[in-house]
Design a protein around this ligand. Structure first.
Ligand code: ZN
Length: 696
């Protein structure tokens, strides 16, 4: 096992041999690899020349080896989790992080990149190369590499304290979430709860050492979303909804896990960090590496959407109140925040009268894949072919496919791991890179490495003789992840640092994925795949119409909520003055006047649990959700404009999408990529129309 030559994790190129990789390979492989890369890196640092060939390429090769090996390990931890895998991953992760930050903060490399930019080689660099160099310089500067003396020391101290605060913040949220539970013991107390929630609540009770069955209880409700969300939607006990709601919005706002002081400290330190780096605010720092570029661009967009969704959300809530009143509920005259999810759900059921379960038989995975691959052929001229058995896989259910262009040339390949395996596989769905595109000279030989992607979903597995029958949401998810995969796989960029999704700005990265979701609502695409798995009967028109309408249900309120959070995030990171008269919570309440339908109740301290911006990567970036939706809806509307039924025009536009949005990767600023596809800047009209918020 300690023989590094036979360690499958040190192959560092080509498809991983999944059938032979075990947790015990990790430590020797990573130890050997890091030692080796450390040596190479030091050699690069000491003899560095400011040219593309002697600076960027060797650095790419170092990154490529690390990404290959660590990529396989991280992947297996997600899809083959076990105590052994978790242990080796946890043990090695800090070493990987340390190496990566050393590489990103190397002063000699930074100086070489700066010289490259001002030297004679610069004129020979193409646009993508220039962007790679500029991104490196910017990211290095944001990590403090250009600072000196006392300023640098202070910067490093701020960084360390911020990392520590982020950990404390999320631990407080976890602790506060765990500290609440509510045990229900009578049928009356669980009135309205669906069987899936009763099962979950009974399981939670069992995990806590109680004797419980889904039929007899006791049922434990917690503030974890899988229990909290459905409880608020379905519980008929208004008093219990209030109790759970108050606990949820008050999380981590008092006592030992009080996040309020942490929020103030985080905001003050972020502001200081931004100023040390020469920015006026943390929002400006954050936006310097995003597509939106400036606070005013973000705020203008959010305001455009706000002005329309604010009125719509008020109308939607009025309707809910009216509906509650008509049903004879007290909420009709005294509607409270803990009534919103419940009545919205009742109203939905009444208006649409169909459930996820009813649609499943029309969405069998094999038919859905045919539909998705057919669309890929029609839109992008790419053929997807099964290649099962041609690549080792980590589970017998995993499939392998190859993508060919119209000349039958191999373009890329991907793994598809579709089914949920709760005992070993992380929930959710994602696309990840297995191998990235790279073309160049390595050890005197020219190489052309074609991209390989992991597409991971968590849908219902096949049971007995039935294929996997998907909910419509699961179909959308598959299209979404495939969209990310297409950007990784159809890239035309040969420089690894800007190929596929690499070097694509955070707020632009969801464009291809959300774009693909739109096709699930396209008549031709949908009816091409929605066929009853036994009878072959096509999805009834009535259901299609309902899907189209359901997409617009409560869309104003949904949009307004995201705008509220997005604007609060920007305000806190741009105009808020730490230590001033207004508290962060006060900022939120001031903005809530024109960004919510029901003002936050006293005790609603949602910021204290807003981990996205205080413990995650979304600081001054929460708006990205809406930004990317605007882009994807606007991109899709180009297809509607030429007429979705005009398949020749659609294909022509599809090729353009392939060659710009999917092809150019991070080699060009996303606004220029967008303009190359759309011929103009993005507009929000298409998203508003899609949400049913614009009169046509
Ligand atoms: Zn995504």
């Amino acid at each position: 096992m300690n023989d590094v030559h036979s360690n499958p994790l040190l192959k560092c190129k080509g498809l991983p041999n999944f059938s032979n990789i075990f947790p015990e390979h990790v430590e020797p492989a990573i130890t050997f690899l890091l030692e080796d890369l450390e040596k190479e890196f030091s050699r690069l640092e000491s003899g560095v020349q400011p040219t593309w060939v002697s600076l960027v390429e060797p650095l790419d090769q170092i990154s490529a080896r690390l990404e290959w090996t660590w990529g396989v390990v991280s992947h297996l931890v997600m899809v083959k989790n076990s105590p052994e895998w978790r242990k080796v991953h946890e043990a090695m992760e800090p070493k990987i992080v340390a190496f990566s930050s050393r590489a990103g903060q190397s002063r000699p490399l930074y100086e070489a990149y700066v010289s490259l930019k001002s030297g004679s080689d610069w004129a020979t660099c193409d646009v993508a190369q220039k962007r790679i160099v500029e991104s490196y310089i910017r990211d290095a500067e944001l990590s403090g590499v250009a600072l000196t003396g006392g300023i640098k020391e202070r910067f490093n101290a701020v960084q360390i304290e911020l990392a520590d605060l982020a950990t404390k913040f999320s631990n407080n949220v976890l602790d506060a979430t765990k500290s609440f539970d509510m045990d229900l013991t009578t049928k009356e107390e669980v009135s309205g709860l669906p069987p899936s929630l009763l099962s979950l609540a009974s399981q939670i009770s069992k995990n806590a050492g109680m004797d419980s069955t889904p039929e007899t209880g006791p049922w434990r409700i917690t503030l974890d979303f899988p229990a909290y969300g459905p409880f608020m939607q379905h519980s008929r006990r208004r008093d219990l909804r209030e109790k759970v709601f108050r606990a949820f919005v008050g999380r981590a706002s008092e006592g030992e896990s009080n996040n309020n002081p942490l929020i103030e400290r985080i905001l003050a330190l972020r502001q200081e960090k931004a100023r040390l780096l020469g920015y006026n605010s943390f929002a400006e720092l954050s936006l310097s590496r995003k597509m939106a570029l400036s606070v005013s661009n973000v705020e203008n967009l959010l305001e455009e959407l706000r002005a329309i969704s604010f009125d719509a959300a008020h109308r939607e809530f009025d309707e809910l109140r009216q509906y509650a009143k008509a049903e004879g509920a007290a909420e009709g005259t005294d509607f409270q925040p803990w009534d919103a999810a419940f009545w919205s759900e009742r109203h939905f059921e009444k208006s649409f009268g169909f459930t996820d379960e009813q649609l499943r038989p029309y969405f069998a995975l094999p038919n859905v894949l045919d539909g998705l691959f057919g669309l890929t052929r029609d839109l992008f001229g790419m053929t997807v072919e099964p290649a099962d058995g041609e690549a080792p896989v980590w589970h017998p259910d995993v499939r392998f496919f190859r993508i060919y262009d119209d000349k039958k040339e191999l373009v890329a390949s991907f793994y598809l791991d579709s089914y949920s395996r709760p005992q070993e596989k992380q929930g959710g769905a994602w696309m990840d890179k297995c191998i990235g595109r790279a073309k160049g000279i390595e050890e005197g030989k020219s190489i052309f490495q074609k991209p390989v992607a992991y597409l991971i979903c968590n849908q219902t597995p096949p049971v007995d003789d039935k294929p996997s029958l998907m909910t419509f949401r699961e179909v959308e998810t598959l299209f979404h992840e495939f969209g990310h995969g297409l950007q990784h796989m159809l890239t035309k960029v040969d420089y690894p640092a800007a190929a596929g999704i690499n070097n694509v700005e955070w707020d632009a990265v969801e464009l291809p994925s959300q774009f693909m979701e739109n096709w699930c609502y396209d008549r031709e695409t949908l009816f091409g795949m929605a066929k009853h798995w036994q009878t072959g009967e096509v999805l009834p028109e009535e259901f299609y119409q309902k899907l189209l309408t359901a997409r617009k249900f409560m869309s104003g309120s949904g949009m307004l909520r995201q705008i509220h959070l997005g604007l609060v995030d920007i305000e806190l990171h741009h105009r808020y003055e730490p230590g001033g008269k207004e508290t962060p919570s006060g900022v939120r309440r001031r903005l809530a006047v024109h960004t919510t339908v029901m003002a936050p109740i006293s005790g609603d301290e949602f910021l204290c649990a807003f981990s996205h911006i205080f413990a995650g990567g979304y600081a001054a970036g929460y708006y990205s959700y809406k930004w990317a939706e605007v882009l994807s809806a606007d991109a899709f509307s180009a297809f509607e404009e030429v007429g979705l039924e005009n398949r020749t025009a659609v294909r022509e536009l599809g090729f353009k999408f392939r060659d710009t949005i999917l092809g150019l990767g991070g080699g060009l600023h996303p606004m220029e990529v967008y303009r190359a596809f759309r011929g103009r800047d993005p507009e929000s009209k298409a998203l508003l129309k899609q949400a049913g918020l614009l009169k046509q």
